[in-house]
Write a protein that binds this ligand. Structure first.
Ligand SMILES: [Zn+2]
Length: 189
């Protein structure tokens, strides 16, 4: 048997209490290892807390000629609503205009992971990504669009199965120059 820390043991114990609270028997065969599986799944689901976007966006490429729009579309993400501890899942599209400094395209996808893998609200998730792009690569501007389905909406409460929430964050020249924003919206359509 693997040895686990006292913290991990305490958490598994609390999860067993939750299983009892909702009306089930934590000792039955199918649930015996559920506390351990839940705890382990959280290592991935909440891995954003141990990551810093600064470490991801440090490697930039300098190229004075790079000042045209860059878009990474439909980055899938999986996050957890901080109000209900239920998943919300969707896609994020990032567009930015560099100022002679660009990042590898996979770095943008990793940036999404840093903030999605935490307890979140969609509005903040969208804004944090935009703020980091502005701060870490000193872009001229950026826009982030996030479209997601929230299990707290679709599985409980008002039970609207198909509803999607769309949020956007607009920074720099995307905010001040309407034609840049329009070009972005046309390209991602
Ligand atoms: Zn919620």
């Amino acid at each position: 048997m693997e040895t686990i820390s006292t913290d991990a043991q305490a958490i598994e114990h609390k999860i067993r209490d939750i299983l009892t609270y909702i009306g089930d028997d934590p000792q039955r065969e199918g649930l015996k290892d559920t506390p351990k599986r839940m705890r382990k799944s959280w290592e991935k689901l909440f891995s954003g807390y141990t990551q810093d976007s600064k470490d991801i966006l440090t490697t930039t490429f300098k190229d004075g000629s790079c000042n045209e729009m860059v878009i990474l579309k439909d980055i899938e993400f999986y996050s957890c609503c901080e109000h209900h501890f239920l998943p919300f899942v969707g896609k994020i599209t990032i567009g930015y205009i560099p100022d002679g400094k660009i990042v590898g395209v996979s770095k943008l996808a990793r940036l999404v992971e840093v903030y999605a893998r935490r307890l979140q609200i969609q509005e903040r998730l969208t804004g944090q990504i935009a703020d980091d792009i502005m701060k870490c690569i000193q872009a001229q501007g950026c826009m982030v669009v996030c479209e997601a389905q929230h299990l707290c909406m679709t599985s409980r409460g008002v039970e609207k199965q198909e509803s999607k929430m769309i949020t956007s964050a607009v920074r720099g020249v995307f905010k001040t120059q309407i034609e840049i924003r329009e070009e972005f919206l046309k390209l991602i359509k």
